[in-house]
Structure formats: structure tokens, C-alpha cells
Design a protein around this ligand. Sequence first.
Ligand code: R5P
Length: 288
Amino acid sequence: MPLPMIVIGGTSSKMLAQDLAQELGAKFVQASVTRFPDGECYVRIEEETLDDEVIVVQNTHPDSNLIEMLLLQDAAAGLGARKITTVVPYFGYARQDMRFKQGEALSAKVMIDILGLNSQSLVTIDVHKPGILDWFDGETSNVHAAPCIGEFFAGHGVDLVLAPDEGALERAKEVARVIGADFDYLEKTRLSGEVVRMAPKNVDAKDKISLIVDDIISTGGTIEAAANQLKILGAKSVTAVCTHGLFTRNALERLRGCCGAVYSSNTIENEVSVISVAPQIARSLRGQ
Ligand code: R5P
């Protein structure tokens, strides 16, 4: 992929877009985004023309961010951008990747289709099901946050990286490899939207500085159950980290009661999003 020259940041991803521009040695342009009195979104990219390749960085969750993304793409196309690369740090609707019940919408495909109206290339970060990218008519890449998470914790004495369920094991393994720590996983059963049970499992956590790694923290139920299990197993300390920190309701407060510290990447910008995934996105855009 040739190196794009302009990075345009939407309101959800100001810091990440700036970081990415710096990583790529590209020009950063913050789009001007306001709301009309009725709530409709107004977008303007204050440039004369855009005859280069551009990268637009903006989440598609919640719905208001999706509309902003579509308008940003159109504004870039209207200024003459030759190639628009769409970077969606947190891709909304990725979990509805099939019609689970008759009559349901195939939401993930709808999102992919509309993002392709004005874009030739799509980049996601730890998207829930990477297979949905096959619906995009153009280049795609799903970037892993794990190397950036591993680099952030390297040298901080972490002994054990833990996945809260087997499905998250590859991510924990990747983080553990960068840190040089052991890895393992717990066995999770979801009892309700907010309540999760961890099956007793023989994980060697005694006296270990432990790091739980997941893709999403939403209600915090998963991490809370994993942290409690690690304490039962005698862990010395428990820290939690995720790619996408949704932190719904009082999730951060809830987690601060059971973890020494909580961090997330900056795919969703919040008070603990201290790990930038820009280096990994830049590597992917450079084709490395
Ligand atoms: C589930 O498949 C995901 O990997 C996360 O474990 C889940 O979304 C976390 O949700 P919560 O924080 O509400 O337990």
C-alpha cells in the first residue's frame, strides 16, 4: 500500500489520528464537526483540495459516530481525494455478523456496505469477527493491538498474562510473547448481560503479578470474575487491560474494586486509554 499523505481525525479519534499522522510522517487535519440544533451532524474538512490519498479515522459506535464517519468520507471524496482509507478503531455492530433468528438484520454487513460507498480500503483494530471484512469490496486489514499492549507492559515485572476465556487465548499469547511472560486462560460462562462465572481451573497464579487481557470491557463482569478467580488462586496482583474500553455504566469503578489498575488502548478515547495502537496501524498501512 503506498504511503497516504493526509490523516483526517473525526471527533471520536482525535488523539489516535494525530498519533497515526506522526507515525506515518503525514499531515494531520482535524475535521470541523458540529451539530445543528436538531442534532444532525455537520462536517467540514477545511482544505482547498485533497488530491492525495487520505486516511479517515473515526469510530462507528455509537450511531452518531457512524453518521459522522460517512459524512467525513463524503467530504474527503468531494475535495477530490483519490483514495480513501477508512480506519475504524472500534467497529460498531460487528457482533451481529449473522441472522441468528429469522427476520433479523445482518447489521455487520450493512455497516461494511455503507462504509464502502466512499472508501477503497478498510482498516479495523481487533474487530470482533475479522471474517466480516470479506464483505468489503477493496483492501482490508484487521490490526492487532496486542503488540502495543505488550510493549506498554514490557519491563514491568508481569509474570502471567491471562485470557478470561479460551477464545481470547491467542491475544494473551501475543501479549505474553512481547513481555516474556507465561500465559494461560480461564473458563468463562456468561450467566446474564452483566454476570459471568469462571469455572475453577488450575492456573499457576500463586504469588504472580498477573495481567488479564481481553478485546472489550463493557460492563466489566468478565474481568471482575477473572480477577476474583486469580485472587482465589493466590495472585500477588491483578491488572486488567483491553483493546476497546467501552466501560458501560459504572464499569471502571467496579473494576477498580477488584483490580490494582485498569488500562485500555486508545481505540475508544477515555480516562484510561493510555496505550496507542497508532504504531500497529502504521505498520499495517506500510504493509509491514
Ligand atoms: C466477549 O466475547 C468479549 O471478548 C468480552 O469478554 C466481553 O465483551 C466483555 O464484556 P463485559 O465487560 O460486559 O463482561
